[in-house]
Structures are given as structure tokens and as C-alpha cells.
Design a protein around this ligand. Structure first.
Ligand code: CO8
Length: 258
């Protein structure tokens, strides 16, 4: 399918989705969010794809929601449209692993989109921020909730109340991003990481994703019980037999997602 605001490439087992509105630093407008939700849903349903990577350009992952599109809208406009609500839900429904590869500006809705991914790999040029307060609004796609869970209340309050940007080193230090690479090798390194994920059992990878995401949603006791039950359930899979046999036979496992 052809997209106006995305470039989608499928290579080996990875679907690389590039946000592509260079004229607006990849600002998220309705068109882009609709196309992104559609592209991610299609990738999730495509049996060939085992990992999804979302990226932007060297200059910007995304500089936030499109201010030009939002500026004159009223409360009832955005309320009845449920602005970006359906798209955000579609993105969060994706069951396969999703990695964000962030270079340059990653602000407002852009930072929120990156945080909706399963983890964030950053270039050393990345700049994260929730500067909505400068526009007289509050974050609307998870910024106050997810950033607080990632970096804690103090730093999250600082980011949301001052609107300041955080560089890649600070973002790695406080747990917002998992790894930082030089900008020129960001995509290559992220695709290597996606390739590693693609080698695993997709069935197990999806279970891992569900279990880790539970940690953000529930109490420790409930999360531990969910994890233990999922651990028990993996013993019903062929991939558990294959993974353990391969270890004992000192060979690489051949997972079949069964
Ligand atoms: N929306 C629309 N256009 C944008 C945006 C944006 N968020 N960011 C940049 N652009 C455009 C600029 O208007 C400019 O276009 P033009 O040349 O036509 O004027 C072009 O991109 C280049 O931008 P700059 O000239 O400003 O580039 P600089 O390098 O000087 O500055 C910055 C880069 C610092 C990133 C600057 O562009 C900036 O501050 N951008 C806005 C950042 C921001 O405030 N983001 C938050 C937006 S609000 C939001 O994300 C809310 C999310 C919640 C949505 C959930 C709904 C439920």
C-alpha cells in the first residue's frame, strides 16, 4: 500500500516504518496518525514480519502533534473527533515487538509515540521533550503517564512543567531509552537488534511483551502471578521443547512459533 506520510520497507523479517513529513519535522497530523495505525496493523497481521521499527529522519523523529492542524480547533471538535484516540489505541494493540529508533527532535506527541513502542533506541542527537505547556495544553497521548513511569515523578514534572528538552545521554541515564548509538549508525544498529528479536520464537516474544507491559498496568502481586502462569504456559509449546533441547545439544534453536 502507498502512503503519503510514511515510507514503509520490509526487509527480511523487519518492517521499517519511516515517518515522512520533512516539511514539518514529521509533526503528527491526522493523515500521518491514520496511516501509521494502518501500517502497524498491517505489519502485525503479516506473518512474514517479526519486528516493527518506527523511525523518523536525522533531524526529527517527530516534533509533536501538528500545531497548524490543531491551532483553531475547539474543545467539542477534538472531543467528538476523539483526536488521535483511535489511532493510539490501534498502535497499542500491536502484539509484535515494536522498536522506536529516535534521532533529532522527539517532542510532545512524538515522545509519546516513541514511548508507546516497546523500547527506544536513540541516536546521540536525540532530544526528548514534552513542551505542550508552552502551547497552553497538556500532553494527550500518554506523556504525563508514561514518562512518569519511565523516569519517575521528579524528572517527569520537570519536563512537563518547564518544557525543557532531555538529550540522549540523560535519557539513557534515566531509563527512557535502552541504548544510544552514533546518529550515522542508528538504523543499522536498530535493524541488527530487530534481527535478533526476529530469531526468537514469535509466540514467546509476544508473551514476553504482554508480561512486561503488565508491569506498567497492575500491582506487583498480580503481575507476578500473571508472569508465573505465562511461564507455566510456555511449557505447552513446541518452542520450549526446541529451545531447551537446542541448549542441551549445544546448537542453535529452530523455533516454529508453535
Ligand atoms: N507542528 C506543526 N509544524 C511544526 C511542528 C509541529 N509540532 N514542529 C515544527 N514544525 C514546522 C515548523 O512550523 C516549520 O515549518 P515552516 O518552515 O513552514 O514554518 C518546520 O517544521 C521547521 O521547524 P522550525 O523552523 O521551527 O525548526 P527549528 O529547527 O527552528 O526548531 C523545534 C525545531 C524546536 C522542534 C521547533 O520546530 C518546535 O519547537 N516545534 C514545536 C514543538 C512542540 O511544541 N511540540 C509539541 C506539539 S503539541 C503535541 O505534541 C501534543 C500531543 C498530544 C496529542 C494527543 C491528542 C490526543
Amino acid at each position: 500500500m502507498a502512503y503519503e506520510t510514511l515510507i514503509v520497507e520490509i526487509e527480511d523479517y523487519t518492517c521499517l516504518i519511516r515517518l515522512n513529513r520533512p516539511e514539518a519535522l514529521n509533526a503528527l497530523n491526522s493523515r500521518l496518525m491514520g496511516e501509521l495505525a494502518a501500517a502497524m496493523t498491517a505489519a502485525d497481521q503479516n506473518d512474514k514480519i517479526r519486528c516493527i521499527v518506527i523511525t523518523g529522519s536525522d533531524k526529527a523523529f517527530a516534533a509533536g502533534a501538528d500545531v497548524k492542524e490543531m491551532a483553531t480547533r475547539s474543545f467539542s471538535d477534538v472531543f467528538f473527533d476523539n483526536l488521535f484516540g483511535a489511532e493510539a489505541e490501534a498502535i497499542q494493540r500491536v502484539r509484535k515487538p515494536v522498536v522506536a529508533a529516535v534521532a533529532g527532535y522527539c517532542l510532545g506527541g512524538g515522545c509519546e509515540l516513541a514511548m508507546m513502542c516497546d523500547f527506544i533506541i536513540a541516536a546521540d542527537t536525540a532530544k526528548f521533550g514534552q513542551p505542550e505547556i508552552n502551547l497552553g495544553i497538556v500532553a494527550g497521548m500518554g506523556g504525563t503517564q508514561r514518562l512518569t513511569r519511565f523516569v519517575g515523578k521528579s524528572k517527569s514534572m520537570d519536563m512537563h512543567l518547564t518544557g525543557r528538552f532531555m538529550d540522549a545521554a540523560e535519557a539513557e541515564r534515566c531509563g527512557l531509552v535502552s541504548r544510544v548509538f552514533p546518529a550515522k549508525s542508528l538504523i543499522e544498529e536498530t535493524l541488527k537488534i530487530a534481527g535478533k528479536i526476529a530469531e526468537k520464537s514469535m509466540l514467546t516474544a509476544m508473551v514476553v511483551k504482554e508480561a512486561v507491559n503488565r508491569a506498567q498496568e497492575t500491582t506487583l502481586a498480580e503481575g507476578l502471578l500473571f508472569e508465573r502462569r505465562m511461564f507455566h504456559a510456555t511449557f505447552s509449546t513446541e518452542d520450549q521443547k526446541e529451545g531447551m533441547a537446542a541448549f542441551l545439544e549445544k546448537r542453535q534453536p529452530q523455533f516454529r512459533d508453535r
